[in-house]
Design a protein around this ligand. Structure first.
Ligand SMILES: [Zn+2]
Length: 233
């Protein structure tokens, strides 16, 4: 009788250990995936930032082109000043030159501001580059640690599975089919210790008759949660 109860208690502990190890093994790839996602996010941010800088550069270059074209026009008009036939024509050209010079002065300021903005964006890009480097380092470390952890968990899993097989052999034959059925369906919750007349799994109270059966090592199943019961203390 005591032997049966000890086997049930051991089996419950072993199933809980197995569930714990399997849970940890399941989390391992998720941790690596999360670290990888952070690398990809930081790379995407950096890429977007570089594209934005490129757009700003192109816009500044276009403005510089306008500036140069206008400067050429001004030079052209200044050459024509000497060939003016009338004072009126001279004044008109002078006026046009002044307008274009003012426009170019304004554009020069705009271009200067645009390059200052680009410098600011470059600083941000440097920060984003650092983020990529850091995220990659975290990923590398995580991948190494997780792979070591997985290897160690697999060794634990093998050991506990072997222990399960050798313990299941000790289960009395009348328990075997129900035990297999319930374990397949419920894993570690297939067994529950009874404490203070309550099922340790669902906390429902069991009858005095059931408690008696549990204590005498009869196959007893919780009417509420369906676990095989054993005395917890
Ligand atoms: Zn129960």
């Amino acid at each position: 009788m005591t032997a049966v109860l000890n086997v049930l208690r051991d089996l419950h502990r072993i199933h809980q250990q197995l569930a714990d190890i399997r849970g940890q093994l399941e989390r391992c790839p998720k941790l690596v995936k999360t670290a990888k996602a952070k690398v990809q996010q930081s790379e995407a941010s950096l890429h977007a930032q570089k594209q934005q800088i490129q757009t700003l550069h192109l816009a500044a270059k276009e403005q510089e082109l306008v500036l140069e074209e206008r400067a050429a026009k001004i030079a052209d008009r200044q050459a024509r000043l000497k060939e003016c036939a009338s004072n009126k024509e001279y004044q008109t050209l002078k006026g046009e030159i002044q307008t274009e010079e003012e426009a170019n002065n304004e554009l020069s300021d705009t271009i200067l501001l645009a390059y200052e903005a680009i410098d600011q964006q470059q600083l941000l890009a440097s920060e984003l580059e650092t983020n990529v480097v850091e995220a990659t380092q975290v990923y590398d470390t995580t991948a190494t640690q997780i792979s070591e952890r997985e290897a160690s968990l697999k060794i634990d899993l093998d050991r506990v599975e072997t222990e399960l097989n050798s313990t299941e052999v000790d289960l009395p034959s009348e328990f075997v089919s129900e035990y297999k059925r319930i374990v397949t369906a419920r894993g570690a919750d297939a067994l529950a210790g009874v404490s203070d007349n309550c099922c340790g799994n669902c906390y429902r109270q069991i009858t005095a008759q059931m408690m008696n059966d549990v204590l005498t090592g009869k196959l007893t199943i919780c009417g509420s949660c369906g676990a095989i019961l054993y005395p917890d203390d």
